[in-house]
Design a protein around this ligand. Structure first.
Ligand code: NAI
Length: 482
Protein backbone atom coordinates (compact mmCIF):
# COMPACT_ATOMS: atom_id res chain seq x y z
CA UNK A 1 0.00 0.00 0.00
CA UNK A 2 1.39 3.42 -1.02
CA UNK A 3 1.49 5.84 1.91
CA UNK A 4 1.07 9.54 1.30
CA UNK A 5 1.54 12.28 3.87
CA UNK A 6 0.58 15.89 3.22
CA UNK A 7 2.09 18.64 5.38
CA UNK A 8 -0.46 21.47 5.62
CA UNK A 9 -4.16 20.82 6.16
CA UNK A 10 -5.39 24.03 4.53
CA UNK A 11 -7.57 24.99 1.56
CA UNK A 12 -5.31 22.98 -0.75
CA UNK A 13 -3.97 20.14 1.42
CA UNK A 14 -7.37 19.17 2.86
CA UNK A 15 -9.48 18.91 -0.33
CA UNK A 16 -6.71 17.51 -2.60
CA UNK A 17 -5.83 14.74 -0.17
CA UNK A 18 -9.50 13.92 0.49
CA UNK A 19 -10.02 13.44 -3.25
CA UNK A 20 -6.86 11.32 -3.62
CA UNK A 21 -8.12 9.14 -0.73
CA UNK A 22 -11.55 8.82 -2.34
CA UNK A 23 -10.27 7.98 -5.81
CA UNK A 24 -7.41 5.71 -4.67
CA UNK A 25 -8.75 3.32 -2.02
CA UNK A 26 -5.44 1.46 -2.04
CA UNK A 27 -3.49 4.55 -1.01
CA UNK A 28 -3.31 5.56 2.65
CA UNK A 29 -3.37 9.33 3.11
CA UNK A 30 -2.41 11.26 6.26
CA UNK A 31 -2.89 15.03 6.33
CA UNK A 32 -0.82 16.66 9.07
CA UNK A 33 -0.60 20.18 10.42
CA UNK A 34 0.91 22.03 13.35
CA UNK A 35 -2.39 23.88 13.86
CA UNK A 36 -4.15 21.65 16.37
CA UNK A 37 -7.53 23.41 16.07
CA UNK A 38 -7.53 22.92 12.32
CA UNK A 39 -6.87 19.20 12.69
CA UNK A 40 -9.57 18.90 15.36
CA UNK A 41 -12.00 20.56 12.95
CA UNK A 42 -11.02 18.18 10.12
CA UNK A 43 -11.85 15.32 12.50
CA UNK A 44 -15.21 16.84 13.51
CA UNK A 45 -18.60 17.36 11.84
CA UNK A 46 -17.77 21.01 11.14
CA UNK A 47 -14.84 21.04 8.72
CA UNK A 48 -12.48 24.04 8.96
CA UNK A 49 -13.27 25.20 5.41
CA UNK A 50 -16.51 25.53 3.49
CA UNK A 51 -16.36 24.00 0.02
CA UNK A 52 -19.35 22.50 -1.82
CA UNK A 53 -19.11 18.68 -1.89
CA UNK A 54 -16.18 18.48 0.54
CA UNK A 55 -18.15 17.15 3.53
CA UNK A 56 -19.36 14.23 1.49
CA UNK A 57 -15.90 13.25 0.23
CA UNK A 58 -14.36 13.49 3.72
CA UNK A 59 -17.19 11.47 5.27
CA UNK A 60 -16.65 8.64 2.78
CA UNK A 61 -12.92 8.19 3.48
CA UNK A 62 -12.12 9.59 6.93
CA UNK A 63 -11.02 6.74 9.19
CA UNK A 64 -10.77 4.39 6.18
CA UNK A 65 -7.75 5.59 4.21
CA UNK A 66 -7.83 9.30 5.12
CA UNK A 67 -6.50 10.55 8.45
CA UNK A 68 -5.97 14.02 9.90
CA UNK A 69 -3.31 14.31 12.56
CA UNK A 70 -0.90 16.61 14.41
CA UNK A 71 1.68 13.82 14.59
CA UNK A 72 3.63 15.41 11.77
CA UNK A 73 6.93 13.62 12.21
CA UNK A 74 5.48 10.13 12.60
CA UNK A 75 3.43 10.35 9.39
CA UNK A 76 6.25 11.96 7.40
CA UNK A 77 8.60 9.17 8.44
CA UNK A 78 6.09 6.48 7.41
CA UNK A 79 5.24 7.99 4.01
CA UNK A 80 6.53 7.08 0.55
CA UNK A 81 5.35 10.36 -0.93
CA UNK A 82 5.31 13.61 1.09
CA UNK A 83 3.31 16.52 -0.29
CA UNK A 84 4.18 19.93 1.13
CA UNK A 85 1.22 22.30 1.03
CA UNK A 86 2.17 24.95 3.58
CA UNK A 87 1.77 28.72 3.35
CA UNK A 88 4.09 30.61 1.01
CA UNK A 89 3.15 34.19 1.92
CA UNK A 90 4.62 37.48 0.73
CA UNK A 91 7.61 38.57 2.80
CA UNK A 92 6.75 41.44 5.14
CA UNK A 93 10.29 42.39 6.19
CA UNK A 94 13.87 42.21 4.92
CA UNK A 95 15.11 41.55 1.39
CA UNK A 96 12.25 41.52 -1.10
CA UNK A 97 9.66 42.66 1.50
CA UNK A 98 6.25 43.25 -0.07
CA UNK A 99 7.09 41.11 -3.11
CA UNK A 100 9.22 38.00 -2.60
CA UNK A 101 7.75 34.74 -1.33
CA UNK A 102 8.51 33.94 2.30
CA UNK A 103 9.70 30.34 2.29
CA UNK A 104 10.09 30.05 6.09
CA UNK A 105 7.31 27.47 6.38
CA UNK A 106 8.55 25.49 3.41
CA UNK A 107 12.13 25.46 4.65
CA UNK A 108 11.17 24.33 8.15
CA UNK A 109 9.03 21.54 6.63
CA UNK A 110 11.98 20.44 4.44
CA UNK A 111 14.39 20.41 7.38
CA UNK A 112 11.93 18.37 9.40
CA UNK A 113 11.51 15.85 6.54
CA UNK A 114 15.29 15.43 6.35
CA UNK A 115 15.48 15.09 10.13
CA UNK A 116 12.86 12.42 10.69
CA UNK A 117 13.09 10.31 7.51
CA UNK A 118 14.54 6.84 7.82
CA UNK A 119 13.65 5.74 4.27
CA UNK A 120 13.85 7.29 0.78
CA UNK A 121 10.95 9.51 -0.24
CA UNK A 122 9.45 11.53 -3.02
CA UNK A 123 8.88 15.11 -1.83
CA UNK A 124 6.21 16.97 -3.78
CA UNK A 125 5.91 20.76 -3.95
CA UNK A 126 2.17 21.39 -3.77
CA UNK A 127 2.49 24.94 -2.46
CA UNK A 128 2.99 27.65 -5.07
CA UNK A 129 6.66 28.53 -4.93
CA UNK A 130 9.13 30.71 -6.83
CA UNK A 131 10.76 29.04 -9.82
CA UNK A 132 13.97 27.25 -8.75
CA UNK A 133 12.68 26.51 -5.22
CA UNK A 134 13.10 22.78 -5.84
CA UNK A 135 16.83 23.36 -6.16
CA UNK A 136 16.98 25.00 -2.73
CA UNK A 137 14.80 22.29 -1.20
CA UNK A 138 16.97 19.60 -2.75
CA UNK A 139 20.03 21.16 -1.13
CA UNK A 140 18.36 21.31 2.30
CA UNK A 141 17.26 17.70 2.02
CA UNK A 142 20.50 16.25 0.71
CA UNK A 143 22.74 18.19 3.14
CA UNK A 144 20.73 17.00 6.13
CA UNK A 145 19.62 13.56 5.02
CA UNK A 146 22.11 11.11 6.54
CA UNK A 147 22.40 9.25 3.23
CA UNK A 148 18.70 8.89 2.47
CA UNK A 149 17.62 9.64 -1.12
CA UNK A 150 14.97 12.22 -1.92
CA UNK A 151 13.42 13.01 -5.27
CA UNK A 152 11.74 16.42 -5.57
CA UNK A 153 8.72 16.87 -7.79
CA UNK A 154 6.73 20.00 -8.56
CA UNK A 155 2.99 19.33 -8.71
CA UNK A 156 1.29 22.74 -8.48
CA UNK A 157 -2.40 22.86 -7.67
CA UNK A 158 -4.81 24.59 -10.06
CA UNK A 159 -8.09 24.17 -8.12
CA UNK A 160 -10.28 27.22 -7.60
CA UNK A 161 -11.93 27.73 -4.23
CA UNK A 162 -15.70 27.39 -4.41
CA UNK A 163 -15.39 24.67 -7.08
CA UNK A 164 -12.42 22.80 -5.57
CA UNK A 165 -14.03 19.36 -5.47
CA UNK A 166 -15.30 19.54 -9.05
CA UNK A 167 -11.90 20.85 -10.19
CA UNK A 168 -10.14 17.97 -8.42
CA UNK A 169 -12.54 15.34 -9.78
CA UNK A 170 -12.22 16.65 -13.29
CA UNK A 171 -9.05 18.74 -13.67
CA UNK A 172 -8.19 20.55 -16.93
CA UNK A 173 -4.70 19.18 -16.36
CA UNK A 174 -2.43 17.75 -13.70
CA UNK A 175 1.12 19.02 -13.98
CA UNK A 176 4.11 17.06 -12.69
CA UNK A 177 7.64 18.38 -13.03
CA UNK A 178 10.75 16.42 -12.10
CA UNK A 179 14.43 15.92 -12.76
CA UNK A 180 15.36 14.61 -16.19
CA UNK A 181 17.36 11.73 -14.65
CA UNK A 182 16.24 8.06 -14.46
CA UNK A 183 15.45 8.54 -10.72
CA UNK A 184 13.54 11.74 -11.47
CA UNK A 185 11.51 10.01 -14.20
CA UNK A 186 10.77 7.09 -11.86
CA UNK A 187 9.44 9.52 -9.26
CA UNK A 188 7.28 11.25 -11.88
CA UNK A 189 5.82 7.88 -12.84
CA UNK A 190 5.02 7.01 -9.21
CA UNK A 191 3.01 10.23 -8.78
CA UNK A 192 1.45 9.88 -12.23
CA UNK A 193 0.20 6.43 -11.23
CA UNK A 194 -1.70 7.98 -8.32
CA UNK A 195 -3.49 10.58 -10.47
CA UNK A 196 -4.02 8.12 -13.33
CA UNK A 197 -6.52 6.28 -11.13
CA UNK A 198 -9.11 8.92 -12.10
CA UNK A 199 -7.52 11.51 -14.42
CA UNK A 200 -7.25 10.60 -18.16
CA UNK A 201 -3.61 10.11 -19.18
CA UNK A 202 -3.66 12.88 -21.78
CA UNK A 203 -4.47 15.40 -19.06
CA UNK A 204 -1.43 14.49 -16.97
CA UNK A 205 1.39 16.67 -18.23
CA UNK A 206 4.99 16.02 -17.31
CA UNK A 207 7.72 18.64 -17.62
CA UNK A 208 11.03 19.59 -16.10
CA UNK A 209 10.96 21.07 -12.58
CA UNK A 210 11.32 24.71 -13.58
CA UNK A 211 8.57 24.62 -16.19
CA UNK A 212 6.14 23.15 -13.64
CA UNK A 213 7.03 25.73 -10.99
CA UNK A 214 6.80 28.63 -13.43
CA UNK A 215 3.58 27.38 -15.09
CA UNK A 216 1.67 27.88 -11.83
CA UNK A 217 2.84 31.48 -11.45
CA UNK A 218 2.16 32.08 -15.15
CA UNK A 219 -1.37 30.62 -14.98
CA UNK A 220 -2.31 32.81 -12.02
CA UNK A 221 -0.78 35.87 -13.67
CA UNK A 222 -2.77 35.23 -16.89
CA UNK A 223 -6.03 34.73 -14.96
CA UNK A 224 -5.57 37.87 -12.88
CA UNK A 225 -4.56 39.81 -15.99
CA UNK A 226 -7.89 38.94 -17.63
CA UNK A 227 -9.75 40.34 -14.64
CA UNK A 228 -7.66 43.51 -14.60
CA UNK A 229 -8.19 43.88 -18.35
CA UNK A 230 -11.97 43.73 -18.10
CA UNK A 231 -11.91 45.93 -14.99
CA UNK A 232 -9.85 48.54 -16.84
CA UNK A 233 -12.54 48.41 -19.58
CA UNK A 234 -15.26 48.84 -16.94
CA UNK A 235 -13.88 52.28 -16.03
CA UNK A 236 -13.93 53.28 -19.69
CA UNK A 237 -17.48 51.92 -20.06
CA UNK A 238 -18.71 54.11 -17.21
CA UNK A 239 -17.00 57.14 -18.77
CA UNK A 240 -18.47 56.56 -22.23
CA UNK A 241 -21.89 54.98 -21.71
CA UNK A 242 -20.85 51.54 -22.97
CA UNK A 243 -22.00 48.54 -20.93
CA UNK A 244 -19.22 46.21 -19.78
CA UNK A 245 -21.53 43.18 -19.85
CA UNK A 246 -22.19 43.76 -23.55
CA UNK A 247 -18.54 44.53 -24.28
CA UNK A 248 -17.19 41.42 -22.53
CA UNK A 249 -19.85 39.23 -24.17
CA UNK A 250 -18.89 40.53 -27.61
CA UNK A 251 -15.16 40.19 -26.87
CA UNK A 252 -15.53 36.69 -25.39
CA UNK A 253 -17.38 35.43 -28.48
CA UNK A 254 -14.05 35.51 -30.28
CA UNK A 255 -12.91 31.91 -29.95
CA UNK A 256 -9.31 33.07 -29.60
CA UNK A 257 -10.31 34.92 -26.43
CA UNK A 258 -13.17 32.80 -25.04
CA UNK A 259 -15.98 33.79 -22.66
CA UNK A 260 -14.67 32.68 -19.26
CA UNK A 261 -13.22 34.91 -16.57
CA UNK A 262 -14.42 38.14 -18.18
CA UNK A 263 -16.72 39.43 -15.43
CA UNK A 264 -16.00 42.97 -14.32
CA UNK A 265 -16.01 43.43 -10.55
CA UNK A 266 -14.74 45.50 -7.67
CA UNK A 267 -11.46 43.56 -8.02
CA UNK A 268 -9.97 40.13 -7.56
CA UNK A 269 -9.10 38.69 -4.17
CA UNK A 270 -8.12 35.36 -2.71
CA UNK A 271 -4.88 34.21 -1.22
CA UNK A 272 -3.06 33.59 -4.50
CA UNK A 273 -3.35 36.11 -7.32
CA UNK A 274 -1.71 39.12 -5.71
CA UNK A 275 0.90 37.10 -3.82
CA UNK A 276 1.88 35.06 -6.87
CA UNK A 277 2.10 38.06 -9.20
CA UNK A 278 4.22 40.00 -6.69
CA UNK A 279 6.43 36.95 -6.50
CA UNK A 280 6.64 36.82 -10.33
CA UNK A 281 7.52 40.52 -10.41
CA UNK A 282 10.31 39.94 -7.89
CA UNK A 283 11.69 36.99 -9.85
CA UNK A 284 11.72 39.10 -13.05
CA UNK A 285 13.56 41.92 -11.25
CA UNK A 286 16.10 39.46 -9.83
CA UNK A 287 16.68 38.09 -13.34
CA UNK A 288 17.35 41.55 -14.78
CA UNK A 289 14.00 41.88 -16.57
CA UNK A 290 12.57 45.20 -15.31
CA UNK A 291 10.23 45.68 -18.31
CA UNK A 292 8.64 42.27 -17.75
CA UNK A 293 8.32 43.01 -14.03
CA UNK A 294 6.64 46.35 -14.79
CA UNK A 295 4.18 44.67 -17.17
CA UNK A 296 2.91 42.26 -14.51
CA UNK A 297 2.96 44.89 -11.75
CA UNK A 298 0.32 46.76 -13.71
CA UNK A 299 -2.17 43.90 -13.11
CA UNK A 300 -1.97 44.59 -9.36
CA UNK A 301 -2.08 48.36 -9.89
CA UNK A 302 -5.34 48.12 -11.84
CA UNK A 303 -6.79 45.89 -9.13
CA UNK A 304 -5.94 48.45 -6.44
CA UNK A 305 -7.27 51.22 -8.70
CA UNK A 306 -10.57 49.35 -9.10
CA UNK A 307 -11.07 49.00 -5.33
CA UNK A 308 -10.19 52.68 -4.74
CA UNK A 309 -12.47 53.73 -7.56
CA UNK A 310 -15.34 51.85 -5.96
CA UNK A 311 -14.82 53.53 -2.57
CA UNK A 312 -14.53 56.93 -4.21
CA UNK A 313 -17.72 56.30 -6.16
CA UNK A 314 -19.60 55.49 -2.96
CA UNK A 315 -18.33 58.53 -1.09
CA UNK A 316 -18.68 60.95 -4.02
CA UNK A 317 -22.25 59.85 -4.77
CA UNK A 318 -23.30 60.37 -1.19
CA UNK A 319 -22.46 64.10 -1.15
CA UNK A 320 -18.74 63.50 -0.65
CA UNK A 321 -19.06 62.13 2.86
CA UNK A 322 -20.16 58.93 4.52
CA UNK A 323 -19.27 60.09 8.04
CA UNK A 324 -21.74 58.63 10.54
CA UNK A 325 -23.80 57.15 7.69
CA UNK A 326 -24.77 53.52 7.96
CA UNK A 327 -23.56 51.50 4.97
CA UNK A 328 -24.68 47.89 4.52
CA UNK A 329 -22.01 45.55 3.19
CA UNK A 330 -23.45 42.41 1.59
CA UNK A 331 -20.82 39.72 1.23
CA UNK A 332 -17.32 39.63 2.69
CA UNK A 333 -15.79 36.42 1.25
CA UNK A 334 -13.54 36.96 -1.78
CA UNK A 335 -16.00 35.02 -3.98
CA UNK A 336 -19.21 33.06 -3.60
CA UNK A 337 -19.34 29.51 -2.25
CA UNK A 338 -16.37 29.96 0.06
CA UNK A 339 -15.90 31.40 3.54
CA UNK A 340 -12.35 32.45 2.61
CA UNK A 341 -11.65 36.15 3.18
CA UNK A 342 -7.96 36.23 2.34
CA UNK A 343 -7.25 39.39 0.27
CA UNK A 344 -10.98 39.85 -0.31
CA UNK A 345 -11.66 43.25 -1.93
CA UNK A 346 -14.28 43.75 0.81
CA UNK A 347 -11.44 44.41 3.26
CA UNK A 348 -10.03 47.32 1.25
CA UNK A 349 -13.47 48.73 0.49
CA UNK A 350 -14.52 48.52 4.16
CA UNK A 351 -11.25 50.09 5.29
CA UNK A 352 -11.73 52.89 2.75
CA UNK A 353 -15.25 53.59 4.00
CA UNK A 354 -14.17 53.35 7.65
CA UNK A 355 -11.43 55.87 6.84
CA UNK A 356 -14.22 58.22 5.81
CA UNK A 357 -15.91 57.48 9.16
CA UNK A 358 -18.80 55.35 7.85
CA UNK A 359 -20.65 52.94 10.13
CA UNK A 360 -20.72 49.51 8.55
CA UNK A 361 -23.26 46.74 8.96
CA UNK A 362 -21.82 43.60 7.38
CA UNK A 363 -23.51 40.34 6.37
CA UNK A 364 -21.96 37.28 4.75
CA UNK A 365 -23.58 33.82 4.75
CA UNK A 366 -20.28 32.01 5.47
CA UNK A 367 -17.90 34.40 7.22
CA UNK A 368 -17.93 34.65 11.02
CA UNK A 369 -18.07 37.90 12.97
CA UNK A 370 -14.73 37.15 14.57
CA UNK A 371 -13.07 36.66 11.17
CA UNK A 372 -14.44 39.98 9.85
CA UNK A 373 -13.14 41.93 12.86
CA UNK A 374 -9.75 40.23 12.59
CA UNK A 375 -9.50 40.96 8.86
CA UNK A 376 -10.31 44.63 9.35
CA UNK A 377 -7.67 44.94 12.08
CA UNK A 378 -4.81 43.19 10.21
CA UNK A 379 -2.10 44.98 8.24
CA UNK A 380 -1.42 44.14 4.60
CA UNK A 381 0.15 40.67 4.06
CA UNK A 382 -0.06 39.72 7.77
CA UNK A 383 -2.96 37.30 7.26
CA UNK A 384 -0.73 34.58 5.80
CA UNK A 385 1.78 34.39 8.64
CA UNK A 386 0.04 32.04 11.09
CA UNK A 387 3.08 31.27 13.18
CA UNK A 388 4.07 34.86 13.73
CA UNK A 389 0.64 36.22 14.50
CA UNK A 390 -0.12 37.23 18.04
CA UNK A 391 -3.64 36.51 19.28
CA UNK A 392 -5.37 39.81 18.76
CA UNK A 393 -8.68 41.54 18.80
CA UNK A 394 -10.05 44.24 16.56
CA UNK A 395 -8.99 47.77 17.36
CA UNK A 396 -11.59 49.48 19.49
CA UNK A 397 -12.26 52.18 16.89
CA UNK A 398 -13.06 49.56 14.22
CA UNK A 399 -15.25 47.60 16.58
CA UNK A 400 -17.37 50.69 17.28
CA UNK A 401 -17.83 51.40 13.57
CA UNK A 402 -18.55 47.82 12.47
CA UNK A 403 -21.43 45.49 13.29
CA UNK A 404 -21.82 42.05 11.82
CA UNK A 405 -25.40 40.84 11.36
CA UNK A 406 -27.22 37.63 10.45
CA UNK A 407 -29.07 38.62 7.25
CA UNK A 408 -29.16 41.10 4.40
CA UNK A 409 -32.39 42.82 5.54
CA UNK A 410 -30.99 43.56 8.98
CA UNK A 411 -27.81 44.91 7.42
CA UNK A 412 -29.80 47.27 5.19
CA UNK A 413 -32.26 48.52 7.83
CA UNK A 414 -31.82 52.29 8.24
CA UNK A 415 -28.79 52.32 5.91
CA UNK A 416 -28.02 55.18 3.53
CA UNK A 417 -26.20 52.93 1.09
CA UNK A 418 -25.74 49.24 0.32
CA UNK A 419 -22.61 47.75 -1.23
CA UNK A 420 -22.54 44.26 -2.76
CA UNK A 421 -19.07 42.82 -2.34
CA UNK A 422 -19.57 39.08 -3.07
CA UNK A 423 -21.70 37.49 -5.81
CA UNK A 424 -23.62 35.15 -3.47
CA UNK A 425 -26.69 33.83 -5.34
CA UNK A 426 -29.01 34.91 -2.52
CA UNK A 427 -28.25 38.59 -3.25
CA UNK A 428 -29.88 38.21 -6.69
CA UNK A 429 -33.27 37.32 -5.25
CA UNK A 430 -33.57 39.63 -2.23
CA UNK A 431 -36.82 41.58 -1.82
CA UNK A 432 -35.30 44.92 -2.84
CA UNK A 433 -38.62 46.75 -2.44
CA UNK A 434 -38.64 45.82 1.24
CA UNK A 435 -34.98 46.85 1.52
CA UNK A 436 -35.75 50.19 -0.16
CA UNK A 437 -38.63 50.89 2.22
CA UNK A 438 -36.36 50.29 5.23
CA UNK A 439 -33.47 52.48 4.02
CA UNK A 440 -32.78 56.23 4.36
CA UNK A 441 -33.58 58.29 1.25
CA UNK A 442 -32.11 58.80 -1.22
CA UNK A 443 -31.24 55.10 -1.08
CA UNK A 444 -28.07 53.99 -2.87
CA UNK A 445 -26.96 50.60 -4.14
CA UNK A 446 -23.35 50.06 -5.24
CA UNK A 447 -23.08 46.69 -6.92
CA UNK A 448 -19.44 45.56 -7.02
CA UNK A 449 -20.32 42.23 -8.66
CA UNK A 450 -23.01 43.09 -11.21
CA UNK A 451 -25.59 40.81 -9.62
CA UNK A 452 -28.64 43.11 -9.39
CA UNK A 453 -31.12 44.06 -12.07
CA UNK A 454 -30.27 47.74 -12.43
CA UNK A 455 -33.47 48.75 -14.28
CA UNK A 456 -35.73 47.09 -11.73
CA UNK A 457 -33.93 48.73 -8.84
CA UNK A 458 -34.05 52.15 -10.49
CA UNK A 459 -37.79 51.66 -10.93
CA UNK A 460 -38.14 50.96 -7.20
CA UNK A 461 -36.42 54.29 -6.56
CA UNK A 462 -32.80 53.37 -5.81
CA UNK A 463 -29.83 55.29 -7.15
CA UNK A 464 -27.80 52.42 -8.57
CA UNK A 465 -24.14 52.09 -9.44
CA UNK A 466 -23.13 48.81 -11.04
CA UNK A 467 -19.53 48.28 -12.19
CA UNK A 468 -19.02 49.18 -15.84
CA UNK A 469 -22.66 49.94 -16.59
CA UNK A 470 -24.02 53.28 -17.88
CA UNK A 471 -24.35 55.78 -15.02
CA UNK A 472 -27.65 57.37 -14.06
CA UNK A 473 -27.96 61.17 -13.98
CA UNK A 474 -27.21 61.38 -10.27
CA UNK A 475 -23.87 59.60 -10.58
CA UNK A 476 -22.90 61.60 -13.66
CA UNK A 477 -23.38 64.78 -11.62
CA UNK A 478 -21.20 63.45 -8.79
CA UNK A 479 -18.01 62.31 -10.51
CA UNK A 480 -15.62 60.15 -8.50
CA UNK A 481 -11.92 60.67 -9.03
CA UNK A 482 -9.88 57.53 -8.36
P1 NAI B 1 -3.56 27.46 4.19
O1 NAI B 1 -3.06 28.61 5.00
O2 NAI B 1 -5.04 27.22 4.14
O3 NAI B 1 -2.87 26.10 4.71
C1 NAI B 1 -1.53 25.96 4.99
C2 NAI B 1 -1.41 25.11 6.24
O4 NAI B 1 -0.03 24.77 6.43
C3 NAI B 1 -1.84 25.82 7.53
O5 NAI B 1 -2.88 25.09 8.14
C4 NAI B 1 -0.56 25.84 8.40
O6 NAI B 1 -0.83 25.67 9.78
C5 NAI B 1 0.20 24.66 7.83
N1 NAI B 1 1.63 24.72 8.08
C6 NAI B 1 2.49 25.76 7.90
N2 NAI B 1 3.74 25.38 8.22
C7 NAI B 1 3.67 24.09 8.61
C8 NAI B 1 4.64 23.13 9.06
N3 NAI B 1 5.94 23.45 9.14
N4 NAI B 1 4.23 21.88 9.41
C9 NAI B 1 2.91 21.55 9.33
N5 NAI B 1 1.95 22.40 8.89
C10 NAI B 1 2.33 23.66 8.54
O7 NAI B 1 -2.97 27.66 2.73
P2 NAI B 1 -3.58 27.11 1.35
O8 NAI B 1 -4.59 28.04 0.81
O9 NAI B 1 -3.91 25.67 1.52
O10 NAI B 1 -2.31 27.26 0.41
C11 NAI B 1 -1.17 26.42 0.54
C12 NAI B 1 -0.29 26.62 -0.66
O11 NAI B 1 -1.02 26.25 -1.85
C13 NAI B 1 0.17 28.05 -0.89
O12 NAI B 1 1.46 28.03 -1.41
C14 NAI B 1 -0.79 28.56 -1.94
O13 NAI B 1 -0.22 29.58 -2.71
C15 NAI B 1 -1.03 27.33 -2.78
N6 NAI B 1 -2.31 27.30 -3.50
C16 NAI B 1 -3.47 27.74 -2.92
C17 NAI B 1 -4.68 27.68 -3.61
C18 NAI B 1 -5.95 28.16 -2.98
O14 NAI B 1 -6.93 28.28 -3.70
N7 NAI B 1 -6.00 28.45 -1.71
C19 NAI B 1 -4.74 27.13 -4.98
C20 NAI B 1 -3.50 26.64 -5.46
C21 NAI B 1 -2.33 26.75 -4.74
Amino acid sequence: MVKICCIGAGYVGGPTMAVIALKCPSVQVAVVDIAQKRIEAWNSDKLPIYEPGLDDVVKQCRGRNLFFSTEVEKHVDEADIVFVSVNTPTKTTGLGAGKAADLTYWESAARMIADVSKSSKIVVEKSTVPVKTAEAIEKILTHNSKGIKFQILSNPEFLAEGTAIQDLFNPDRVLIGGRETPEGQKAIKALKDVYAQWVPEDRILTTNLWSAELSKLAANAFLAQRISSVNAMSALCEATGANVIEVSYAVGKDTRIGPKFLNASVGFGGSCFQKDILNLVYICECNGLPEVAEYWKQVIKINDYQKNRFVNRVVASMFNTVAKKKIAILGFAFKKDTGDTRETPAIDVCKGLLGDKAELSIYDPQVTEDQIHKDLALSKFDWDHPLHLQPMSASSSTEKQVTVVGDAYEAAKGAHGLCIMTEWDEFKTLDYKKIFDDMQKPAFIFDGRNVVNVDQLREIGFIVFSIGKPLDAWLKDMPAVA
